[in-house]
Write a protein that binds this ligand. Sequence first.
Ligand code: NDP
Ligand code: MG
Length: 385
Amino acid sequence: MTKKITILGSTGSIGKNALRVIDSLGSNYDLVAISAHTNVKLLAEQIHKYKPAYAAITDPSCYKQLKELVSGEDTKILCGPNSLVELASLSEVDTVITAVVGAAGLAAVLEGAKTGKLLAIANKEPLVIAGELLVKTARSNGARIVPIDSEHSAIFQAMQAGNADEVQKIILTSSGGPFRNATAAEIQNATLEDALNHPTWDMGPKITIDSASMMNKALEVIEARWLFDVPVDRINVLIHPESIVHSMVEFIDGSVVAQLGTPDMCLPIQYSLTYPERKKGITSHLDLTKLGSLNFATPDLELFPALRIGFEVAQKGGSSPVVFNAANEVAVEHFLSGKIRFVQIVELISAALEDHKEVNSLSLDELLERDKWAREFVNSNVDSI
Ligand code: NDP
Ligand code: MG
C-alpha cells in the first residue's frame, strides 16, 4: 500500500534527509505536503522537484515571494503558523513526519494525533512540554507514534525484544558533544563556533547547541519518559563518544538489548517509514572491526548542569518541563545571535525555573501560557544576566 506523507519542516536537516529517504524508497512512498518557515528558495525548489499537492510557508512575510517563485505549479500554497495544523490532518495523508524545530510544532502534532495519523516524530520539544497529552491523544484516536530521534528509535527497536513490564531501565547514549573533554574554564569561554562544532552528528543549529550544553539529552530523558511510559528514575544516560550504540534497554533478566548503526539520521527516518518492515537503505553499514573499540562513561553533571536540571524537571513534571524548554529555546536564539555567552543559556533557564510558580496537571491552554511566560521572562532578563 502506498504511504501518503506530509513533512513538516522539509527544508531543515531532518526534512532534507527525509526527502532523500523517500527518494530512495521508491514509488510506494508518496509526498503529499511539505513546509518551511522562511527558506522560500529551497521550498520553491522542492515544490518544482516533487510537485506536492500542498506546501506551507509558516512565516507570512514570505508568502508573496513563494507564490511568485512557484506560479506555474499546481501545488496549493498555505501560509502562517496554523497551516501546519492543516497539513498534519489532511484526509489524503496517512503519515506525518514532524521535523520543525521547537514548540512551534505542538499544535500540528496534536492534530495529527487526533486524526489518527502515523506520527514519525523528530520534533522532540512538543513531547517535552505536552508528552502525556500527546501520547494519550494518539492512543485514543488510533494514531501510532514512531520516533525518529536516533536514541528513541533505538529504544523503540530494542523494546520489541520483551514486554513493557519486563523493562528494568532505559539507557540513553550521548556523544558528549563538543565539550566532552573540556574543562570548566573552557566551557566558560566557549564561542559560538566551538559550540557548533559537533563531533559526530550534522544537525540544525538549535539542536547542535543543545547537544553542546547536554540540554538535548535532558530533553531526550523527558521525551523517553512519555514515549515509553517509563518512570524517570529508570532512565539512565551514558556518554558514548563514538555514537554507534544509539541506546539500550535493560530487561529484568539482565539482558541488555541495543541498536547499533552508523551515525546517520537517514536510518531512523527510514525505519519510521518502513516500520514494522525493514528495507535496504542509503545508510552505510557498520564494520565493527574498523571501529576498534566502543567507550562508555558517566556524564559529569557539574560540568553539564542542564542535564542535572533536566532530571529534576523531568521528575517534577507539570509546568517545569514547559518552562525548561521554552526558556532554553529563547536563550539559544540569543546565544546564536551573539547576545549572550554559552554558559548564560543555563543561567537563564535556571532563573526562569526559580521564578515560576510550579503547577501540576495543566490543560493545553495553561501549558501554552507557561510557555509564553518563560519566553517573556528570558527576553526581559537577557540584558541583565
Ligand atoms: P533545522 O533547524 O535544520 O530545521 C527546522 C525546520 O523547521 C526547517 O524546515 C525550518 O524552516 C522549520 N522551522 C523553523 N522555525 C519554524 C517555526 N517557527 N515554525 C514552523 N517551522 C519552523 O532543525 P533540525 O532538522 O535539526 O531539527 C528538527 C527537529 O528534529 C528538532 O526538534 C530537533 O530537536 C529534532 N531532531 C533533529 C536531529 C537532527 O539530526 N537534525 C536529530 C534528532 C532530533 P526554514 O528552513 O524555512 O527555517
Ligand atoms: Mg537524539
